[in-house]
Design a protein around this ligand. Structure first.
Ligand SMILES: [Zn+2]
Ligand SMILES: [Zn+2]
Ligand SMILES: [Zn+2]
Length: 173
């Protein structure tokens, strides 16, 4: 993104969720909702493992993710994925959706890691949602096909719709 004021390329400041221009000190908010993938950069230098389209750099819950503009697949660092799931499930406001049964056929699919090109591990996800995930141990990345994150977020569970308590301990009564 270029600066609306001086035209220079802007830098994205992840923890503040905005673009900043080093030259004229203008800042611009990244539009959209924290719970959606918002595109920070059209170019990531990483091609989608399924459709070969170049993946975009996106922000989801202020975490850096890669999203394929073609098939909407997501590539997320494992630690970020865990934080994203916790955050989105806690923030969920819609009713839970019973996930479809695990697709056994999906367990047989083998895909390559978009970053290192090694064959990814394909296994049932240990959390909610009955999804099959692919992960690369080398790069510590998780691949999610389109719709899989939604299944995880919408699956029933007591952690849904419960924003974490404030840091300070609440009084007992
Ligand atoms: Zn500027
Ligand atoms: Zn794709
Ligand atoms: Zn890899």
């Amino acid at each position: 993104m270029n600066c609306g004021n001086c035209g220079a390329p802007m830098t994205f400041v992840w923890d503040r969720d905005h673009f900043f221009c080093e030259y004229c000190k203008t800042s611009a908010l990244l539009p959209g909702a924290l719970s959606d993938v918002r595109v920070v950069d059209e170019k990531s230098g990483v091609d989608c493992t399924l459709c070969n389209a170049e993946m975009q750099v996106g922000s989801l819950q202020r975490e850096r993710v890669l999203q394929c503009a073609g098939c909407r697949g997501l590539l997320i660092e494992q630690e970020r994925f865990l934080r994203i799931v916790d955050g989105l499930r806690a923030a969920a406001t819609g009713p839970p959706v019973i996930p479809a049964p695990l697709d056994r056929g999906a367990l047989r699919r083998k895909i390559r890691c978009p970053r290192c090109k090694g064959v990814m591990n394909t296994h049932p996800y240990g959390g909610p949602g009955n999804i099959v995930v692919d992960n690369c141990e080398t790069c510590r990345l998780v691949w999610l096909d389109t719709g899989e994150l939604k299944s995880v977020i919408n699956a029933p569970g007591s952690d849904r719709g419960k924003p974490p308590a404030k840091d300070a301990d609440a009084p007992a009564d």
